[in-house]
Design a protein around this ligand. Structure first.
Ligand code: NDP
Ligand code: MG
Length: 388
C-alpha cells in the first residue's frame, strides 16, 4: 500500500469538512489528516483534533486558542489559514471554508503547489481569471468537490476539449421551486433553510433557494473547464439523481448519476484517478420512476440571471456579485432583509459597480471591499424602509 495522502481540511467543522472526515474514517489507510481549521466552533474542532491528532490546527476567530493537553500545534487567526494551506507535509488541501475568507488560502495553496479539492466556490468565482492563471502557472490541479462539477469532470475525462458542445448543470430548484411570486414575497429564513435534497451550510442553502448557487456554479464551471458561457446551461432536475451532463458535438450526451451524498464527490476528489469503495447504497434507478428536466424561471429567481450576466461581463463583476450576495444572505438570515430585498441588494450592487477588466489581486480585493460596503448600506436602507 502507498503512503497515505496527507490532508489539510480548511473548514473542518462545516458540512463539507465533516463529510471529508467521514471519508477519512472510511479510508484510514489511504488518508491522513495533517491540518484542520475552523472559525469559531471550538468544541467540535477540539473533538476532531483529539480524534485525528493533526500536526497543526487553527481556530481563526480566537487568537489565544490553545489545547494544552495535545501535541497538535494550535493557531488562532485568519492568517493561520494560509499557513495551514501551505503546510509543507500536506499533499491535498480541502478548501471547504464558506464565503470569500477562503480566497487567500486558496491562492497560497496554489502557490505552494498543493493539489486542491475545491468546495469553496466563492473563492474561485470572485477571482476566476487570477486563480485559473495561478493554477496553470504552478501546474496545480483544481479537483472539484461541488457535485455538479465533479459530475462534469467525470464526464469530460478522456474526451478531447474540442469535442465538447455544452455543459448542462442540474439544479434541484430548491424549496421554493413551485412557489408563486406572491408566495416568495413571504419566504422566511426557516423556510429557505429547508432544502429538499441536500443538508448543507446556511449560506449555500440560501443560495440554493435563490438559485444564486447555480449562477455561481455556472461561473465555477467556466473557470474549471474553460468552456465559454454560451455553452453552459442550467436545467432544473428535482430528483437530484443526475448530477450534471455533458453534450458532445456528435450529439452524444454523458451524465453522472448517484445517490445525492457529498461524500461521493469528496471521495473522488481525494482518490482521483482511482475510485475507492463506498458503503453507501448505490442509486436505485427504478425508485424515482421518472427523471424530469425543465428550464429555470429567471423571472422568479433573478439571482441566477444576475450571476450569468456577471460571469459573461467578467472583470470584477463576479467579485461584486459574491460580495453583495454574502452580505445580503447574512442580512436575510438575521431577519434584516426580506426575500425580495436579497435580490434587490445584489442587483443594485452590480448596477453601481465600476468594473475593472482583467483585474489584478488588488483590484479584486478593492472590488470586494467596496461592494460589501455598498451592500451593507443598501441593507441598512431597506431595513429602515421596512421599519417605517
Ligand atoms: P458550512 O457553513 O457548513 O461550513 C463552513 C466551514 O468553514 C466551517 O468549518 C467554518 O468554521 C469554516 N470557516 C468559515 N470561515 C472561516 C474562517 N475565516 N477561518 C476558518 N474557518 C472558517 O459550509 P459548507 O460546508 O456547506 O460549505 C463550504 C463551502 O463548500 C462553501 O463555499 C459552499 O459553497 C461549498 N459547497 C458546499 C456543499 C455542501 O453540500 N455543503 C456542496 C457544494 C459546495 P465554524 O464552524 O467554526 O464557523
Ligand atoms: Mg453544487
Amino acid at each position: 500500500m502507498d503512503k497515505p495522502i496527507r490532508l489539510a481540511v480548511l473548514g473542518s467543522t462545516g458540512s463539507i469538512g465533516r463529510q471529508t472526515l467521514d471519508v477519512v474514517r472510511e479510508h484510514p489507510e489511504r488518508l491522513k489528516v495533517v491540518a484542520l481549521a475552523a472559525r469559531s466552533n471550538a468544541a467540535l474542532l477540539e473533538a476532531q483534533v483529539r480524534e485525528f491528532a493533526p500536526e497543526v490546527a487553527c481556530l481563526s476567530s480566537q487568537p489565544h486558542w490553545k489545547m494544552p493537553d495535545s501535541r497538535t500545534r494550535c493557531w488562532g487567526d485568519n492568517a493561520a489559514l494560509t499557513e495551514l494551506a501551505t503546510y509543507p507535509s500536506v499533499d491535498i488541501v480541502v478548501a471547504a471554508t464558506s464565503g470569500s475568507d477562503g480566497f487567500r488560502p486558496l491562492l497560497a495553496a496554489i502557490g505552494a503547489r498543493k493539489a486542491i479539492a475545491l468546495a469553496n466556490k466563492e473563492a474561485l468565482v470572485m477571482a476566476g481569471a487570477l486563480v485559473r492563471r495561478a493554477a496553470d502557472q504552478a501546474g496545480v490541479q483544481l479537483r472539484p468537490v461541488d457535485s455538479e462539477h465533479s459530475a462534469l469532470w467525470q464526464c469530460l475525462q478522456g474526451e478531447p476539449p474540442d469535442a465538447v458542445s455544452t455543459l448542462i448543470l442540474t439544479a434541484s430548484g430548491g424549496p421554493f421551486r413551485e412557489w408563486s411570486r406572491e408566495q416568495l414575497d413571504t419566504a422566511t429564513p426557516a423556510q429557505a433553510l429547508r432544502h429538499p435534497v441536500w443538508a448543507m451550510g446556511n449560506k449555500i442553502t440560501i443560495d440554493s433557494a435563490t438559485l444564486m448557487n447555480k449562477g455561481l456554479e455556472v461561473i465555477e464551471a467556466h473557470w474549471l473547464f474553460g468552456v465559454p458561457y454560451d455553452h453552459i446551461e442550467v436545467t432544473i432536475h428535482p430528483q437530484g439523481a443526475v448530477h450534471s451532463l455533458v453534450q458532445f458535438r456528435d450529439g452524444s450526451m454523458k451524465a453522472q448519476l448517484g445517490t445525492p451524498d457529498m461524500r461521493t464527490p469528496i471521495r473522488y476528489a481525494l482518490s482521483w484517478p482511482d475510485r475507492w469503495p463506498s458503503a453507501l447504497p448505490p442509486l436505485d434507478v427504478q425508485h424515482p420512476g421518472a427523471f424530469n428536466f425543465y428550464p429555470p424561471d429567471v423571472d422568479r429567481f433573478p439571482c441566477l440571471g444576475f450571476a450569468q450576466w456577471a460571469g459573461r461581463e467578467g472583470g470584477t463583476y463576479p467579485t461584486a456579485l459574491c460580495a453583495a450576495d454574502e452580505v445580503a444572505v447574512a442580512a436575510f438570515l438575521a431577519g434584516r432583509l426580506s426575500w425580495s430585498g436579497l435580490s434587490r441588494v445584489v442587483q443594485s450592487v452590480l448596477d453601481r459597480h465600476h468594473n475593472v477588466a482583467d483585474p489584478a489581486l488588488d483590484d479584486v480585493l478593492e472590488a470586494d471591499r467596496d461592494s460589501r460596503r455598498v451592500a451593507a448600506d443598501l441593507v441598512e436602507q431597506l431595513t429602515l424602509e421596512k421599519v417605517h
